[in-house]
Design a protein around this ligand. Structure first.
Ligand code: KIV
Length: 254
């Protein structure tokens, strides 16, 4: 979907976003016409088994961005700038360029309006991210509950818009703060744990499919129990192999 169309959805039609990390899921999301696919650095935890998103490298992001693009040839794909890849304007520009060359339409970075501005000025499509910033947060909890915290998030959201971001992710903030930010910005807000008043919503696909159980945030509604299906299928396979019922004639060559 072209960026202008996405932005014109603000106030008219909720924007549907999901993360994807591989070819197959990306293909399914494209078939179902998800508006934005994010190759999130949540990759590190839900796919690669790292302890945090801090361990995700550019190499990881490039491999998975390529896989997602091969599955979703026409979707609007955003790739996360991994921890440390955006620490200076020059480094951020070089790494953002690699992610775009690797298949992304846009990049997302956590906070850092100054860096976002540098990227946007050099022609990159940039998605902002404020509220809970997993790459640097000391702990995962709701942000902006007191006035001082809320003011900082509101200011950062405004600064990200001013920097030229085309949209901003609001993560783990009270619903009324997200509503206020959404009404003050011209660009769409995409919420995760930010209540119902954002212009769009995003979830980590492994959370919503019930494929990741190490950590379960309150906002991560389960729409399926894929782990249960996998366990059931594996149990059946083990049983059939042990009982020498698989492979039967129909799965063998004569
Ligand atoms: O990495 C990620 O999946 C994200 C979403 C939670 C917005 O940044």
């Amino acid at each position: 979907m072209p960026l202008a169309k996405l932005q014109s959805m603000k106030g008219f039609q909720p924007i549907v976003c999901l993360t994807a990390y591989d070819y197959n899921i990306a293909k399914l999301l494209e078939e179902e016409q998800v508006d934005i696919i994010l190759v999130g650095d949540s990759l590190g935890m839900v796919v690669l088994g790292y302890g945090s998103t801090k361990e995700v490298t550019m190499e990881d992001m490039l491999r998975h961005t390529g896989a997602v693009r091969r599955g979703a040839l026409t979707s609007f794909i955003v790739a996360d700038m991994p921890f440390g890849s955006d620490e200076t304007p020059e480094k951020a520009l070089e790494n953002a360029g690699k992610l775009i060359d690797g298949g992304a339409d846009a990049v997302k970075l956590e906070g850092k309006p100054g860096i976002a501005e540098h990227l946007a000025r050099h022609g990159m499509q940039v998605m902002g991210h404020t509220g809970l910033l997993p790459q640097t947060a000391p702990e995962f909890r709701v942000q902006g509950k007191d006035k001082a915290g809320a003011d900082l998030i509101l200011k950062e959201a405004k600064d990200l818009e001013k920097a030229g971001c085309f949209a901003v992710v609001l993560e783990s903030i009270p619903a009324d703060l997200a509503e206020k930010i959404t009404s003050m910005l011209k660009i769409p807000t995409i919420g995760i744990g930010a209540g119902p008043y954002c212009d769009g919503q995003i979830l980590v696909i492994n959370d919503m499919l019930g494929m990741f159980e190490d950590f379960r945030p309150k906002f991560a509604k389960r729409y399926a129990q894929v782990n249960e299906l996998v366990k059931k299928a594996v149990k059946s396979y083990i049983k059939e192999v042990k009982q020498k019922r698989f492979p039967g004639e129909e799965y063998s060559f004569s």
